[in-house]
Write a protein that binds this ligand. Structure first.
Ligand SMILES: Cc1cc2nc3c(=O)[nH]c(=O)nc-3n(C[C@H](O)[C@H](O)[C@H](O)COP(=O)(O)OP(=O)(O)OC[C@H]3O[C@@H](n4cnc5c(N)ncnc54)[C@H](O)[C@@H]3O)c2cc1C
Length: 344
């Protein structure tokens, strides 16, 4: 039976795959690269499929599922340890490994679905922490050079929920090196809701295990985890990035009771979830055929019966259009929309 993208994505949408190649061990990579090169089409790279919307028509070329596992610890200096992690290792497992070994720097990323190899692609982050905080370098396969290359984090173009991997896409990440601090205390809490969830104050440093347990509980309570079944079980998390806005837009949003965050560049950012609610949607709202806001938050869209990737994209366009028309704010879609290649 033909493999379907729907079997490998958390939205459970997407059609047939041309050829599925699964990368399970670093030694098998040369064979996988060779099998890909036998196709005329570029490879579609799949991690946990938790941040992509794949075409209903499927992908007729090679699809490489990254499932390589393994974590190796290497002292960097007296205070820091490098973890060299194979790309298919689940991010949440790496967080557990770090917690068990008294290594701090990724604790607030607990509970995020997907693989460590995909984390640099959108500079995955939460609760004031991003993978760029600890990423030292990656090893990637460069499809133009047809060779593995080492790329320092400083050359990855890591910004808020983006990187060169998201925008250019010539590389497949094979492993990442994280530089973590030896400490049984978490990084300082910088996010107000996290402080409340942990029953602590901004700037405090809870024990690592307290931090990861608190983050996972907060994610579940606020609809930031994938429930194993039920109406919210097919999703890709937040569908829009919190947008950078003008000072005038920030004033307008504040007047209407909306939250404003300050981005790393010092410019104001609005809450995409607040904007969606402001234009009239709320948890549970139907948006397009088979597509609803999740029962817990408007910023997560979920797929239900009769959903297709096309109706999911239609829902995204509707929300973008309404927010733009009402507030003038342009929303950028967070998950990757994978374009199919037309069959000849
Ligand atoms: C409930 C839920 C909560 C979430 N919460 C957060 C959150 O708090 N913060 C956040 O940032 N994200 C969040 N996400 C989004 C997602 O989980 C992360 O972005 C995650 O890092 C994606 O990992 P993945 O392996 O599933 O990537 P995939 O969906 O498989 O891939 C995403 C993109 O990366 C590419 N890619 C995957 N692996 C590689 C590789 N090895 N080399 C090169 N390219 C690759 C793919 O081609 C695709 O373009 C959430 C998603 C869900 C469903």
């Amino acid at each position: 039976m033909t493999e379907q993208l729907a079997d490998h994505t958390t939205l459970r949408l997407g059609g047939p795959i041309g050829q599925l190649l699964t990368h399970t061990h670093r030694d098998d990579w040369p064979d996988i690269a060779q099998a890909v090169r036998a196709h005329d089409l570029p490879p579609l790279i799949l991690g946990g499929g938790s941040n992509m919307i794949t075409p209903d028509a499927g992908y007729p070329g090679p699809v490489v599922r990254i499932a390589s596992r393994g974590i190796r610890a290497r002292p960097f200096d007296d205070e820091r340890v490098d973890l060299v992690v194979q790309a298919g290792e689940p991010l949440d497992r790496v967080v557990d490994y770090a917690t068990e070994h008294g290594l701090s720097g990724i604790e607030y990323l607990a509970g995020i679905p997907g693989t460590i190899g995909a984390a640099p692609v959108q500079n995955t982050g939460a609760y004031g922490q991003e993978i760029s905080d600890t990423l030292a370098s990656i090893t990637a396969y460069d499809w133009r050079l047809q060779a593995a290359v080492q790329i320092p984090a400083s050359a990855c173009g890591l910004t808020h929920r983006s990187s060169h991997f998201k925008t250019i896409g010539n590389w497949t990440i094979l492993s990442v090196t994280l530089r973590l601090r030896r400490s049984t205390s978490a990084a300082p809490v910088t996010y107000q809701r996290l402080a409340e969830a942990l029953g602590t104050s901004l700037g405090s440093q809870p024990p690592l295990a307290t931090a990861t347990t608190g983050v996972r509980a907060d994610r579940t309570a606020h609809g930031l985890s994938i429930p194993p079944s039920g109406p919210d079980s097919r999703q890709v998390g937040s569908v829009f990035i919190n947008p950078t806005i003008t000072q005038a837009q920030a004033e307008h949003i504040k007047q209407h009771g909306g939250p404003i965050h300050q981005g790393d560049d010092g410019r104001p950012r609005a809450s995409a979830g607040w904007l969606i609610e402001y234009v009239g949607h709320s948890p549970g709202s139907p948006i397009a055929t088979g597509i609803h806001c999740s029962t817990k938050r408007a910023l997560t869209l979920v797929a239900r019966e009769r959903a297709t990737s096309a109706t999911f994209e239609e829902a995204l366009q509707r929300l973008r259009h309404t927010v733009r028309a009402t507030t003038g704010v342009a929303l950028d879609v967070e998950p990757q929309i994978i374009k199919g290649v037309p069959l000849a």
